[in-house]
Design a binder for this molecule. Structure first.
Ligand code: FAD
Length: 454
């Protein structure tokens, strides 16, 4: 009688799950395991929005396993010790899991391999589970990763994708293994009121609806702030309730500019993963230092205004309020708010990245930290000193002001263009809405001086 453990991490699904497929195909019994990892909790990463979404994911995963005759085993503690202990309890010779790009995931993999080997077991790590093309699969001559997206994307697009594997029909779990109770979303305090539901079933429904109705218009509409015309699949990709490989395959079946542009975004996700995998320190350190002299304590009132959505720049405030309300934000809104913090207010990108990680349901080390660095100009952007003007961007991406009116009720009675510049309104700025906290041209000078450009 053979037993294998499947350690679920950022791959909380049954469809297209190579580790589960390999384990069910090679062992008589399988132990599907999720470890509530004490180190991730201690690092402040298990924030309410993601804990609530995770609770949905674990419940749905358990329900899916039960339909197939199995169940999910949940344990809490130090992940390596817990996996080794469970492998001993179950008499498992192999542990299957997905590769992860972060320094933490790489170290976890190394220690698991070592400690399982010490007790006579074996770790089997599967690639292309949490990404389409794994880090290191395509590289430029003379380097271990791509630092520029366009050549990366060219090679990424030429890769043959693995074929998605079906969900197992049956999962036989050995008796007698203890499990913690599954967490419940309702038991998580402090979540955003408009937080989306998690879980593979929800993710699959969302993907099907998106491919049926949304993807075709993605190319023309994805930057329209009020249109909300993007997939909103990011949290499902972050938690792995959807397989990126399956998403890419299914999207590619929809020929057209919309599907192409959407698949390109999946490549951006992989791009950041391969940067992080090769340079794990960039989770906290500049990828390319610009020797910034970021503002210090004097910036605190500005940072507080940014967080609370009262900078006096309506499009920025709308975005920051949406982030607090939903734990999610449109890509254009992320670009604008990040540029405002790092360039206009000249505040260290780590301050903004931390706030995003505190709230985003899709908050992801590779995608968040490296996108923040991209915007701050310390990352992989080939134009590191570009500054997004919040007024010009608002005019372009929220031309009639619908996005601002949706999230900033004080401005609900203003039409465009005054809704984006309330201080120009003939009746004066609406009561309760603050004046701009920064003058854009003074701010530009501060940024250029701080970065040593003038
Ligand atoms: C400052 C900043 C911080 C960000 N933090 C995160 C984060 O923590 N987690 C996260 O998943 N994304 C992050 N992004 C990337 C992007 O904004 C979101 O993935 C996207 O807005 C999610 O919405 P969607 O699912 O509707 O995306 P869609 O536009 O429908 O795109 C489809 C998928 O492609 C991926 N994707 C889209 N844009 C990007 C991008 N610029 N970089 C990498 N992948 C992308 C996402 O997985 C997304 O779900 C960040 C971007 C910026 C500028």
């Amino acid at each position: 009688m053979t037993v294998s453990v499947v350690l679920f991490t950022a791959d909380l699904r049954l469809h297209d799950h190579p580790p589960l497929r390999a384990a069910t195909g090679s062992a008589d019994h399988v132990v599907p395991l999720f470890v509530r990892d004490r180190a991730i909790e201690a690092a402040g990463f298990a924030v309410p929005n993601r804990r609530a979404f995770l609770a949905d994911c674990l419940r749905d995963l358990d329900a899916g396993l039960r339909e197939r005759g199995g169940r999910l085993v949940v344990r809490g503690g130090a992940v390596v010790a817990q996996v080794c202990r469970l492998a001993r309890e179950a008499g498992a010779a192999e542990v299957h899991m997905a590769a992860g790009p972060s320094g933490y995931a790489q170290e976890r993999e190394r220690r698991l391999r070592e400690e399982l080997a010490a007790q006579g077991g074996r770790l089997v790590v599967h690639d292309a589970v949490t990404c389409v093309v794994p880090p290191g699969a395509v590289t430029p001559a003379g380097s271990d990763h791509f630092a520029v997206f366009t050549p990366y994307f060219r090679q990424w697009s030429a890769q043959a994708l693995r074929t998605p594997v079906p969900a197992p029909r049956r999962v036989s779990v050995p008796d007698g293994l203890g499990s913690e109770r599954l967490p419940d979303r309702a038991g998580v305090p402090g979540t955003s009121p408009g937080l989306a539901a998690g879980g593979e079933s929800e993710g699959r429904k969302r993907l099907a609806a998106w491919l049926r109705r949304g993807v075709e218009a993605y190319e023309e509409r994805h930057d329209d702030l009020a249109g909300d015309a993007t997939s909103r699949l990011s949290a499902h990709l972050h938690f792995g309730t959807l397989s990126p490989v399956e998403v890419a395959h299914r999207a590619r079946r929809h020929a057209g500019a919309g599907a192409e542009a959407f698949v390109r975004q999946l490549a951006w996700r992989d791009f950041h993963q391969q940067v992080l995998a090769a340079r794990p320190a960039t989770a906290a350190a500049d990828y390319r230092t610009r020797h910034d002299d970021w503002r210090g304590a004097d910036a605190e009132p500005d940072v507080a205004a940014w967080r609370e959505g009262r900078t006096g720049y309506p499009v920025i405030d709308a975005a920051m309020r949406q982030l607090a309300h939903e734990g999610w934000l449109h890509n254009r809104a992320r670009l604008l708010t990040a540029s405002f913090l790092t360039k206009t207010l000249y505040v260290d990108w780590r301050t903004g990245a931390r706030h995003f990680l505190d709230l985003l349901v899709d908050g992801d080390i590779a995608n968040n930290q490296l996108n923040w660095q991209w915007v701050a100009g310390t990352g992989t952007d080939t134009r590191p000193n570009r500054v997004l003007n919040p007024l010009a961007q608002a005019r372009r991406y929220d031309p009639d002001g619908a996005y601002v009116r949706r999230w900033v009720p004080e401005l609900r009675d203003l039409a465009a263009p005054a809704v984006h510049r309330p201080w120009t309104s003939p009746s004066g700025p609406p009561r309760g809405y603050p004046p701009p906290i920064a003058d854009l041209s003074t701010a530009l000078t501060r940024f250029r001086v701080g970065r040593g450009l003038t």
